[in-house]
Design a protein around this ligand. Structure first.
Ligand code: SF4
Length: 465
């Protein structure tokens, strides 16, 4: 859809900051910024003096609900242009001692209440580049996870990585060790775009490797594509999605390029060396990708993720966003225990030194949950899937001691978003439109902030009448 429009900066701001612009082209204009859902939402850092006692209490309290684990491999072969997660350069000699340290952390916590008991539905080995590890280190890491964690029989075990450091021999070894899902950041198949991104493997090598992985038929294979990259236009992105849809993959993520401060991309952009897509165009890239996935008959299971067939479940991604317990392993890994977000020390030496002893010495930061954290989780879980069910949010409000229903608290905002073309009321909930799915992250952040500001106030008025 090509709609003539004024630059965003020339438009009058909405009178209510959470409201969307009413526009003929909501994919482009609904909000002026996409991000913000990663704000703390009322979570409060625990003062260092209080951290050890609270940590001991949390880890001595058994988990009784949905749980997953995250394992961080904080090394990368290079700093990808768009990435804000780069931590340490990969060196071959770093792999074995690092895996030793993670195994020491796993062994040290093996008998604790938090690590034992309730089964884990998913384990995600992310980074960084876990596939950079040598085969023996990768194998003993996965075997250690299976030995020291109470994995459910159907536990999803994901290995994230890059094609350049992988190979079918390593893939076979990973599957043999217990990995059952591989997630690869392809970003684009287009040679020109890949060169600008500094990707080392060619389009042909990438496709050949994916074909080989699929031929193994040992587990789910999912890839990421990014839209809005320098040198990419809507036609090249559409061709990327068409290419991905024909490869026999199990899952596909379509992500928007984000302007993250400090990334090589933003630095190059500030110097005028690289030009990514204009922010107002990104929604149309998303619409093109969605159209191609629909045409190819893929099923959408979140606003950014599609699957073909039944092998792909995306358990970790879904559960972690809905507030599951998440046990964290590795330097810089982030987790969640009983609603408390935490991060382990990213310093490799400090991690190695503390790993074998476990305890609070490993923890770099701990956050107390927001007062309405269960409500946030219910909102995030629904919005992520593209359909906000009211019943789970009402249940979470009630659990937080708020009797007012969510539809009453959020009605003005949800009605305005319907007028703006972002969602439609459905029996028992609200379904996001195509534009709503594109703006889901921005909407989720605003909906949580709106609920925080009004829920308590609403209840006060109700009870004082
Ligand atoms: S995209 Fe992955 S491999 Fe590239 S810098 Fe970021 S974490 Fe490292």
């Amino acid at each position: 859809m090509n709609v003539a429009r004024a630059p965003l900066g020339d438009r009058p701001a909405s009178p209510e900051p959470h409201f969307a612009r009413i526009s003929a082209d909501p994919l482009a204009d609904a909000f002026s910024g996409r991000m913000g859902a990663h704000a703390r939402g009322g979570a409060v850092p625990v003062p260092p003096a209080e951290l050890p006692a609270l940590w001991d209490r949390l880890t001595a309290t058994p988990r009784k609900s949905v749980s997953v684990a995250y394992v961080h491999i904080p090394f990368c072969e290079n700093h990808c242009l768009f990435c804000g997660f780069y931590q340490n350069p990969w060196r071959r000699e770093s792999g074995a001692p690092y895996v030793d340290a993670v195994l020491a952390q796993l062994a040290q916590g093996a008998e604790t209440a938090i690590q034992q008991g309730h089964p884990l539905r998913a384990v995600y080995l992310g980074g960084g580049t876990p596939t950079a590890l040598a085969i023996p280190d990768l194998v003993r890491l996965v075997e250690g996870l299976r030995r020291h964690l109470p994995l459910a029989p159907d536990c999803e075990i994901t290995l994230e990585g890059r094609i350049v450091s992988f190979g079918l021999e390593k893939a076979r070894a990973a599957f043999d060790a217990g990995v059952n899902r591989i997630s690869l950041g392809v970003q684009s198949f287009d040679e020109r775009v890949r060169r600008r991104l500094g990707r080392k493997s060619t389009r042909a090598e990438t496709i050949r490797f994916l074909d080989g992985l699929m031929a193994l038929d040992r587990g789910a294979v999912v890839i990421d594509l990014i839209y809005g990259l320098p040198g990419q236009d809507r036609a090249t992105f559409r061709a990327d999605v068409q290419q991905a849809a024909t490869l026999g993959l199990d899952g596909l993520d379509l992500y928007s390029l984000k302007a993250i401060p400090g990334t090589p991309l933003l630095i190059a952009q500030d110097k005028g060396k690289l030009t990514p897509a204009a922010p107002g165009e990104l929604g149309h890239f998303y619409a093109d990708g969605t159209e191609e996935m629909d045409r190819a008959g893929w099923e959408t299971i979140s606003t950014t993720h599609w699957r073909r067939g039944t092998r792909e479940r995306s358990v970790y991604n879904h559960e972690v966003k809905a507030g599951a317990h998440c046990l964290a392993f590795g330097a810089g890994a982030g987790g969640n225990l009983h609603g408390h977000g935490y991060r382990l020390t990213p310093d490799l030496d400090a991690y190695r030194a503390a790993g074998g002893q476990g305890g609070a010495a490993l923890v770099a930061g701990l956050m107390r949950p927001a007062p309405l954290a269960p409500v946030h989780n219910a909102i995030k879980g629904g919005m992520e899937r593209g359909r906000l069910e009211i019943a789970p949010v009402d249940a979470a409000l009630a659990a937080c001691g708020i009797a007012a229903g969510f539809d009453r608290i959020a009605a003005p905002l949800l009605e305005q978003w319907q007028q703006a073309g972002l969602m439609n009321a459905r029996e028992g909930g609200h379904a996001l439109t195509l534009a709503g799915r594109f703006w889901q992250v921005a909407m989720t952040a605003r909906l949580m902030a709106w609920t925080d500001a009004r829920a308590v106030d609403f209840t006060t008025k109700e009870t004082s009448q």
